[in-house]
Design a protein. Structure first.
Length: 214
């Protein structure tokens, strides 16, 4: 082999070595890029796993919240039903007590008024003679046809010379129990009631039958 051929061969070997080195560097860069991509993929997978974990946790919390909400609603309905039942019982007992006491008061007061009308006499201012006001079979006022009832009472008062101080006592004898309850309510508001005031209150309360609560 000549010297020129030997130098040429060495030159080719040197080129091959450089190419091998370049390929090695390229391979390392490729491997580094691949490793970087794999690292990113692993990071993304970790993030995805983390998100799935959070989602699962949120779903679990939502399920627990739904369960708690359903339980709270059931407890609320049960408590509400119990409270409503207790309230209904209390109101029923209260109304029964009011009705019982009211009926007792009406009966006692009504009986007293009847007794007073049957036994009290009015001085006629003629000498020393007195006369009793007769008790007649007059229609009891039940909240209807007020005008006729007032006219009948006025006629009765005129025929028997009933004094103003006795008119209220006489009139209340001819009230049905419900209307006598109204009179008791009126008396509790106005301690002094004349026949004129009594008629005004009757008309104001019973003319419009829609507002009649007694």
């Amino acid at each position: 082999m000549t010297h020129e051929e030997e130098e040429e061969m060495l030159h080719d070997i040197s080129k091959l070595q450089e190419q091998v080195q370049q390929m090695s560097r390229s391979q390392k860069l490729t491997e580094a890029k691949i490793n970087g991509v794999e690292s990113k993929i692993n990071g993304m997978e970790s993030k995805i796993n983390g998100m799935e974990y959070k989602i699962n946790g949120m779903e679990a919390k939502m399920d627990d919240s739904k369960t708690d909400l359903k339980r709270d609603m059931a407890d609320l309905k049960t408590n509400l039903k119990t409270d409503m039942a207790d309230l209904k019982t209390d109101l029923t007992n209260f109304l029964q007590e009011i009705l019982t006491n009211g009926e007792k008061v009406v009966k006692e007061t009504h009986d007293v008024n009847k007794s007073n009308v049957n036994h009290d006499s009015i001085d006629s201012n003629v000498g020393s003679k007195t006369h009793h006001i007769p008790k007649i079979d007059m229609r009891m006022f039940d909240g209807k046809d007020l005008t006729t009832w007032i006219l009948q009472m006025e006629q009765f008062f005129d025929l028997n010379n009933v004094q103003n101080t006795q008119k209220i006592c006489m009139a209340t004898v001819y009230l049905e129990p419900n209307q006598f309850v109204w009179y008791q309510w009126l008396f509790s508001r106005k301690q002094f009631i004349t026949w004129a005031i009594f008629m005004e209150e009757l008309i104001a309360h019973y003319v419009d039958t829609k507002s009649n609560i007694f």
